[in-house]
Design a protein around this ligand. Structure first.
Ligand code: R5P
Length: 314
């Protein structure tokens, strides 16, 4: 029945789509995506998808809004071509930090994106490490949230680092970091981070736990500007930590984040390939681990109708 399983890639991350196809031993679905001079996007599916389970790989990384609109148009084309089901494979879900109305007169954009995906025809979403797990509830369709935890932890286990403390950069990430600490069998420390206004800056107020004399691994769901991570590194060094590593699922690394890491006392930043990091932006300090096999396995099991819960067990 593999001829009824089709993988398509938007423009956001063709390398990941290719790696997923290699895992599944399937060719990438044939599709044209082009922009007219008036900036309108045109999509044409170039193979039969009737009665097929179609999966579209499109993390919502910068340029976020362009990628989302392109995804909606691909979904619409598949729906009108009589696909049996449409699954959005969105390893990184942008706007996930906009998940609540915690100020007057702001939008809950993650909910809006969830609504738009469903309106465009999504029957299911596969993602990884949402900023807030509750975002699954913004959808009235199944959302499978995979975890980068086994891939990131295995890397540090194989490194053989000793005297580790797992560091949560803010209270919101404490629960998630506790899972890493448990898997690595190491103690946990939590930082109390406060954001200043609506720009990208933040400050560290308190440290809970012992980091002195330990090698610290900071676990976070995403790095955007790197500002939070730099604040955490500074606080850890002031409190006597030895070597410092970062383990982050989504390496957005926008603005001057790469330069910040190059110049920082951090030993290594380990990220995954949920979003692309072009060769021109790679530096020796940043290690990229692939999670394509996890997405490939999830797609295979969804298509076969077998359980995927093993892929999101801590
Ligand atoms: C926020 O709460 C997230 O978990 C990350 O800490 C945040 O997105 C990182 O952003 P930046 O790198 O811009 O500080």
């Amino acid at each position: 029945m593999r001829n009824r399983l089709k993988i398509f890639s938007g423009s956001a991350h063709p390398e990941l789509a290719k790696a997923i196809c290699e895992y599944l031993d399937l060719p990438l679905g044939k599709m044209d995506v082009q922009r007219f001079q008036n900036d309108n996007t045109f999509v044409k599916i170039r193979e039969n998808v009737r009665l097929c389970d179609c999966f579209i790989v499109q993390p919502s990384c910068p340029p976020v809004n362009d990628g989302l609109v392109e995804l909606f148009i691909i979904m619409d084309a598949l729906m009108r071509a009589s696909a049996k089901s449409i699954t959005v494979v969105m390893p990184y879900f942008a706007y996930s930090r906009s998940d609540k109305k915690d100020q007057p007169r702001i939008s809950i954009t993650a909910k809006l994106v969830a609504d738009l995906l469903q309106t465009a025809g999504a029957n299911r979403v596969i993602t990884m490490d949402l900023h807030a797990e509750q975002i699954q509830g913004f959808f009235a369709i199944p959302v499978d949230q995979l975890l980068a935890e086994p891939v990131l932890c295995r890397y540090f286990q194989e490194m053989g680092l000793e005297d580790i403390v797992a560091v949560a950069p803010d209270a919101g990430s404490a629960k998630r970091t506790r899972y890493f600490a448990k898997r690595l069998n190491v103690p946990l420390a939590i930082l109390d981070k406060r954001r200043r206004g609506n720009d990208d800056s933040s400050e560290i107020l308190h440290l809970i736990g012992e980091v002195r004399g330990h090698n610290a691994i900071i676990f976070d769901d995403e790095i955007s500007t790197g500002g939070s991570m730099m604040g955490v590194v500074k606080a850890l060094l002031e409190n006597g930590a030895k070597k410092i590593y970062g383990a982050v699922t989504h390496g957005i690394l926008c603005g001057n984040a790469i330069d910040r890491f190059r110049d920082s006392p951090i030993e290594e930043l380990v990220i995954t390939d949920t979003v692309p990091l072009p060769p021109s932006r790679r530096i020796p300090k940043i290690r990229v681990l692939s999670v394509a096999h996890l997405f490939g396995e999830a797609i295979k099991r969804i298509h076969d109708g077998t359980s995927i819960s093993a892929l999101f067990e801590h």
